[in-house]
Design a protein around this ligand. Structure first.
Ligand code: CO
Length: 150
């Protein structure tokens, strides 16, 4: 599931409410700043985030513009306790649909821009360690393997 491309949501209606509420609860409990549907076993293009201003759900998100460069220690609720410094564009313009079915356009930079890019990666089946350079990726795989054995 985590390395598959998630399917687009065909119609935004109340049938997603339970899933969205469960995802927000899971994200807050972790605690984390973002969670994508494939992380809870649902292959749908949908994520939730909360960087301190309250939870928001974005359905069928896409990044339509990006600019700048931002290095950040990035972690993932699917590999708790691990952080890697990863460089990505700083500012992104995200388009999607709200849980109420309204078209959204949100600009995010720094942490918010990073959350958008990270969660979109989950919807495309791209894991965090695939964003590392080859040496870092090798070391990360080793650490993760050792953790699984422990
Ligand atoms: Co993640």
């Amino acid at each position: 599931m985590l390395n598959q491309r998630a399917a687009g949501v065909a119609s935004v209606d109340g049938s997603l409410d339970r899933l969205i509420d469960d995802m927000i609860e899971t994200m807050h409990a972790a605690p984390g700043v973002g969670l994508a549907a494939p992380q809870v076993g649902v292959s749908k293009r949908l994520f939730v985030y909360d960087i301190g201003d309250g939870p928001v759900a974005i359905i069928n998100p896409e990044i339509v513009e990006s600019s700048g460069v931002f290095r950040y220690e990035e972690g993932c609720l699917s590999v708790p306790g691990y952080y890697w410094e990863i460089e990505r564009p700083d500012r992104v313009l995200l388009r999607g649909v709200s849980r109420a079915g309204e078209e959204l356009e949100i600009e995010g930079s720094e942490l918010l821009g990073r959350v958008f890019q990270h969660e979109l990666d989950h919807l495309d089946g791209v894991l965090l360690i695939e964003r590392l350079d080859p040496d870092e990726r090798k070391a990360a795989r080793k650490r993760l393997r050792e953790r699984l054995i422990d």
